[in-house]
Design a protein around this ligand. Structure first.
Ligand code: ATP
Length: 361
């Protein structure tokens, strides 16, 4: 397994890139630890696949270097990098048996048959593929095929990293959860370096120890699911993580309060102090989970009109209008829902302030 270091990586697909928008990757400078489970998360077009291809060697970056365990591999072809890849669609030999598919990478490298048998048996056991070993791969369901793709990677003990590009796309929704749990279990068991590309936050947050959030060709934050939820370093992370995402209100500072139109949201001394030092456009952020909803006036509450209430099963999402802005609040099941107006309270501990979209700390 390898530590992956990305040194000043930038990539433009066109020739003569000049402006920042000409770059699919703007500036990526990071170290990913040996044995870590990383998810690359971001919306379509943010550069996830481009970055994965730079790591695998399918793409040579316009600028910068890729290092595996301090060794520069930027100029090496994928087959020389000792990585395994699992793509959206399983890559395997349909006419071969599951056993022969798993054995292929080992036989290709000249392993003797006794070693091949022992290693294939071990990996089939880890992946719950033992009952299928003699079957032809062609007849299996997509989730079993994807496990074979993964098995062809982990069957080699010396693999530097396993790169996954949206591996659950073709898997039935009810099997996705199972396969994701299996991947997590394998990671914990084998301590391999996993890099997993997805635009699905649930996949990223349940799979990875560290989630790397990308936006417009850049990494905007790397953190645990909890860090991304509680302290998004950029408004994009706040908006992208969580369902619905963080609420944001443009504010001006008024003594120890944040002013939104006629409403004053109490910030207290510390937050007001942070806001006073900030230079750019100020925004207040709060997660729907932490926005308190009251049906009568409360101390330090602000009055808002109700726009809608959506029942999500075990909870409801209330959308309220404050001045010109919409705010969502998550209301637990059984909690009474006011009819037309509400008083919203912003607990100080859960208010986050942003200046020019960056978290104030
Ligand atoms: P998705 O989730 O849709 O796959 P992504 O985050 O993986 O998106 P990339 O596929 O890396 O994003 O694309 C990043 C940017 O580079 C996009 O603007 C895309 O249009 C552009 N791009 C990707 N591949 C090429 C290519 N072969 N030639 C030119 N531009 C490309």
């Amino acid at each position: 397994m390898a530590k992956i270091e990305l040194k000043e990586i930038a990539h433009a697909y066109g020739v003569n890139p000049k402006k920042p928008t000409d770059y699919a990757l703007k500036r990526i400078h990071n170290v990913w630890q040996d044995g870590g489970a990383y998810a690359l998360l971001g919306p379509s077009g943010c550069g996830k696949t481009t970055l994965l291809n730079v790591i695998s060697g399918l793409l040579t970056p316009s600028q910068g270097q890729v290092l595996f365990d301090d060794k520069d591999v930027t100029g090496l072809a994928p087959e020389k990098r000792n990585i395994a890849q699992v793509f959206q669609f399983p890559v395997l030999y349909d006419t071969m048996s599951v056993f022969n598919n798993l054995a292929f990478p080992l036989r290709n490298r000249g392993f003797n048959e006794a070693d091949v048998r022992s290693r294939v048996t071990e990996v089939a056991d880890i992946l719950d593929l033992t009952p299928f070993l003699a079957k032809r791969a062609a007849g299996l369901a997509a989730d079993a095929k994807q496990k074979i793709s993964l098995g062809r990677g982990i069957v080699r003990r010396d693999v530097a990293a396993i790169l996954f590009d949206e591996p659950l796309t073709v898997i039935d929704p009810n099997l996705k959860w199972e396969l994701r749990c299996k991947l997590k279990e394998i990671h914990e068991q084998l301590k391999l370096t996993f890099v997993y590309v997805t635009h699905d936050q649930v996949e990223a947050l349940t799979f990875a120890d560290q989630v790397i959030v990308m936006y417009e060709g850049q990494i905007v934050q790397i953190g645990t699911p909890q860090e991304l939820f509680e302290n998004p370093s950029h408004t994009f992370v706040g908006y992208f993580i969580g369902s619905p995402g963080m609420n944001f209100l443009p504010i001006t500072l008024d003594a120890q309060s944040a002013r939104v139109g006629d409403a004053a949201i109490f910030l207290g001394e510390n937050l007001a102090g942070l806001a006073a030092k900030a230079k750019g456009d100020l925004k207040l952020g709060i997660r729907p989970l932490y926005l308190e909803v009251h049906d009568t006036a409360v101390d330090k509450g602000v009055r808002a009109r109700i726009k809608s209430v959506d029942d999500q099963g075990s909870f409801k999402i209330l959308t309220a209008i404050l001045g010109d802005h919409l705010l969502c609040a998550r209301i637990p099941e059984g909690h009474p829902i006011p009819q037309q107006e509400v008083w919203l309270k912003f607990p100080i501990d859960w208010i986050r302030l942003f200046s020019n979209d960056l978290l104030l700390t």
